[in-house]
Design a protein around this ligand. Structure first.
Ligand SMILES: [Zn+2]
Length: 225
């Protein structure tokens, strides 16, 4: 999608990271405290939010919530902020000399909108054309999941997936389309339960009309086996 748009957005919130990639705006000291320390701090913060809302934290049903939410933030839904958790970039030689595009479609996306901290739920479709290296199929799912497990905007998620695969595979010929529902749109605000958001990033050969067309046609294939 539009790199300028993303960079402008990051600019606007005063976290300008001038680079060609759409980096997640993390502070330099993001990993100076341990995950356990983060869980303890977030637990206190969630406790404060619930307390402010007037909830009785002595109630059996509620008393474990701050701890549960804190663990979920650090170990699950925002675990992809930590570069140590990035999937290993192992590739294999393209021994079959398969020269056509490979499409991994309908990859489940569970992410979180960084503006409202509400879920983004959808599907990612990823494709590449090998320049000599290939990756295991599940690696593509893992890369999608790693970048999804952050506070995100869908445009940035789409670009991060493409840039990572370009880096791993050593080719620009990578594309990604994501179609997702944002619960901040579906369940609150405008409350449009039907709408979904489509973003795309086409690298290298995928910018060519016919290659792009072929990829988009594969996505449309019915795969209810
Ligand atoms: Zn939102």
């Amino acid at each position: 999608m539009k790199i300028d748009k993303i960079l402008n957005e990051i600019d606007e919130i005063g976290e300008a990271h001038a680079s060609s990639s759409a980096d997640t705006p993390l502070r330099d000291d993001a990993f100076e405290i341990s995950d356990l320390e983060k869980i303890e701090l977030i637990k206190q913060d969630v406790n404060n939010i619930m307390n402010t809302l007037g909830l009785d934290l002595n109630d059996d049903s509620l008393k474990g919530t701050p701890q549960r939410v804190a663990k979920m933030f650090v170990n699950e839904i925002f675990s992809g902020l930590d570069p140590k958790r990035k999937p290993k970039a192992s590739t294999f030689d393209n021994k079959y000399k398969y020269g056509e595009m490979l499409v991994e479609k309908n990859i489940t996306v569970y992410s979180t909108c960084e503006h409202h901290l509400l879920p983004i739920v959808g599907k990612a479709h990823v494709a590449y054309i090998s320049k000599g290296s290939v990756v295991g199929l599940s690696k593509m799912n893992r890369i999608v999941d790693y970048f999804a497990k952050r506070p995100q905007v869908q445009e940035r998620l789409t670009m991060q997936i493409v840039q990572e695969l370009q880096h791993v595979l050593g080719t620009k010929d990578v594309a990604c389309v994501i179609d997702a529902k944002h619960l901040c749109v579906n369940s609150r605000g405008i409350r449009d339960i039907e709408s979904s958001t489509v973003t795309s990033e086409f690298g290298g050969a995928f910018k060519e009309k016919e290659v792009k067309r072929e990829f988009l046609d594969y996505i449309k294939l019915d795969t209810s086996f």
